[in-house]
Design a protein. Structure first.
Length: 513
């Protein structure tokens, strides 16, 4: 329970948010005390991100009140929230990639670095940005370089440095920093570094709201946890004594099946039908001599640390990057792929890692996004057959439990997890035979994960060949028929993962490191 003997850093009472007929939040009460790390969990669309956007002044509540340090709090914009020591790392990054790291960290806060008649003191501002990055433990990012030069995980660290700098520079004694899925693209070492910084903030009297679908992380870092379901807070409990099973049941309303990856349903690939084969595939400076086959009904997981080459192998196969060596053979015919549309014509389609940037068109409707990779089947002459489009939308909305106002709603209005389900629906609806699933459950709640695992099993039973990149080794081992381990651009081991003979994590790790 929250400590009632101290004045909370933040408190909200009876917060309600309604979009037309859709109630996103319903009479939500939460309390955050000084120096407290509070976890928020719930299925996609449960209301977690909506609440944090209200706290940050990004959108107003329909009704209810908020208080900061006991005083009424009514932010009209995010800069109002910043002045009160409120900061947020959003699930979808807010960085301007064509600008430098320094410009991003101090965007809108340049006044302390202005010199009358001379513009900005760039040396001073670059030094301050470097110190902000060092504060979160990063000494490798050059603040003078554009954000575009860095991969997604490093951009996330830049975003965290920006938010922490904004909060700390506000001068507020006890601030509140909110993290919406901050670890989704971080390595284990980077997650630990983030947790060190969150605990440091706690020691300084600042508080944190931590949102993650990874229940083990929430349990490890939080002091208390609020559970959201369908826009309501259905419970709160101290972390001590809680476990993943308890949290899952409160979130979903039922016990976990215990057989999360449906290993008992794992099929046997058709060894007589090779859908895809790569021979000595190479990308200069990244990987070389990569060879493997993907059979009908087979799930091949690719493991490796960041920089191992696993992501780039998949980028080449789906046509994002042209190969510099080797062969790609699709259904016994050698192919050259230099663009995704060429791969698509050959029946190769990818669920991309960066969903918002690559997987959806945010200003288009949900149903139109779902049919983007299936347009030919939806056409009657030059026109889309709307009844067929609506039928496909209804089918995938139900199968993936997409929570949305309706088929005409824009994808950009959805929560991150529900937007991800739209991407997955598009790929599944395409009827391509070779699927590259690049972290297909990233940002998806535990209930939806189990649904996606079952869908992956169904796809393999229907003869699809699947290349799989996962967030965890457990997920790769649980789903795959075969595991390829990569290190420094080479495949170091190919490991059979039959349902009755799954390899251990340690077998994979010893070939990764």
């Amino acid at each position: 329970m929250a400590d009632k003997t101290v004045t909370p850093i933040f408190e909200c009472k009876s917060i309600r948010k309604q979009f037309d007929s859709n109630v996103a939040l319903n009479d939500v009460d939460i309390v955050i005390n000084p120096g407290e790390i509070v976890g928020l969990i719930g299925e996609n669309g449960a209301g977690k991100s909506t609440l944090m956007k209200i706290i940050m002044g990004f959108q107003p509540q329909t009704s209810g009140t908020m208080y900061v340090h006991g005083e009424l709090y009514e932010p009209k914009k995010t800069t109002d929230a910043n002045k009160f020591g409120m900061g947020m790392v959003y699930q979808e990054q807010s960085l301007l990639t064509n600008m430098s790291v320094t410009q991003n960290i101090y965007f809108g806060r340049e006044d302390p670095f202005r010199v009358a008649g001379f513009g900005l003191n760039w040396a001073k501002m670059n030094k301050a940005a470097k110190e902000a990055l060092e504060y979160i433990g990063n000494t490798t990012i050059d603040p003078t370089k554009p954000v575009l030069d860095y991969n997604f995980s490093l951009r996330q660290q830049i975003e965290i440095a920006k938010v922490l700098s904004t909060v700390l520079d506000s001068g507020v004694k006890n601030g509140l920093i909110m993290f919406d899925e901050p670890t989704s693209l971080l390595s284990d070492a980077e997650v630990e570094a983030l947790f060190v910084q969150i605990r440091k903030l706690k020691e300084q009297g600042h508080s944190t709201i931590f949102v993650s679908h990874r229940l083990d992380e929430v349990l490890r870092i939080s002091d208390r946890i609020y559970i959201f379901k369908d826009g309501n807070v259905v419970g709160s409990l101290p972390t001590e004594g809680a476990d993943e099973q308890i949290l899952y049941k409160m979130m979903v309303g039922k016990d976990s099946t215990g057989e999360f990856y449906h290993i008992d349903e794992q099929g046997v690939p058709n060894q007589d039908n090779v859908l895809l084969e790569v021979q000595q595939l190479g990308l200069k400076g990244v990987f070389k001599d990569v060879s493997f086959s993907l059979h009908e009904g087979e799930i091949v997981g690719i493991c490796g640390v960041i920089g191992s080459g696993k992501e780039e192998v998949c980028n080449v196969i789906c046509g994002d990057v042209p190969q510099s060596a080797g062969k790609i053979i699709v259904r016994d015919k050698k192919r050259t792929l230099s663009a995704p549309h060429q791969a698509r014509k050959l029946g190769i389609l990818s669920v991309p890692k960066e969903r918002r940037m690559e997987g959806v068109v945010g200003i288009m409707s949900i149903e139109d996004n779902i049919v983007l990779s299936s347009l030919k089947r939806m056409m009657t002459g030059p026109m889309l057959k709307r009844s067929t489009v609506r039928k496909l939308y209804n089918q995938w909305k139900e199968r993936l439990n997409i929570k949305c106002p309706g088929p005409d709603a824009m994808v950009q209005s959805l929560s991150g997890g529900n937007a991800q389900k739209v991407v997955f629906s598009r790929v599944l609806a395409s009827e391509c035979d070779i699927l590259i699933l690049n972290h297909p459950t990233r940002g998806v709640d535990v209930g939806a994960k189990e649904e996606i695992y079952r869908l992956i099993r169904d796809l393999s039973k229907r003869g699809k060949g699947i290349l799989l990149l996962c967030d965890t080794l457990e997920e790769t081992i649980g789903l795959a028929n075969k595991v390829l381990v990569m290190k420094d651009g080479f495949i170091t081991k190919s490991i059979t993962a039959d349902k009755d003979n799954k390899p251990s994590k340690f077998t994979i790790i010893e070939n990764m490191m």
